[in-house]
Design a protein around this ligand. Sequence first.
Ligand code: 4NP
Length: 159
Amino acid sequence: MSTQSGTSVLFVCLGNICRSPLAEGVFQHLVDERGLGSRFVVDSAGTGGWHVGERPDPRSEKVAAEHGIHLAGSARRLEADDLREFDHVIVMDRQNLADVRQLHDLHGGPAEIRLLREFDEQADRDLDVPDPYYGGPDGFEKVFRMVFRSCEGLLTALH
Ligand code: 4NP
């Protein structure tokens, strides 16, 4: 994917309905805002399959919309081919990291696998984007801010 379409980035969480669609939408928004649309391919996926085909969680859609960002697509499950086709696989927490590394150990592929908050300039020692699924709506705003800062850092690092 890197040769014809620029740099490809896949955001990964557990369900692909809360955090990774938000990261995909925010990163795409930043890419578009900077006129870099032709240089990046952006997508998201989940390590679990429970929500395949579903639109993003309404709470993620709401917090994104409050910041002028539309979330595209519907949930899909991470596949071994993704680790061959994407240049960067950016995961939300350490459990995602372990799951993606396990898939990578089995199938290989050139994808570089990193935690999103490695690119958060305000991150402390905990580099997880917490799962907001079972929490209240304020969790989504907190996650949005973390994801936004991290995506800015990621774009700077990749650009
Ligand atoms: P996500 O959140 O990984 O950020 O999409 C979750 C969504 C659904 C579930 C867990 C986490 N679930 O258990 O169904």
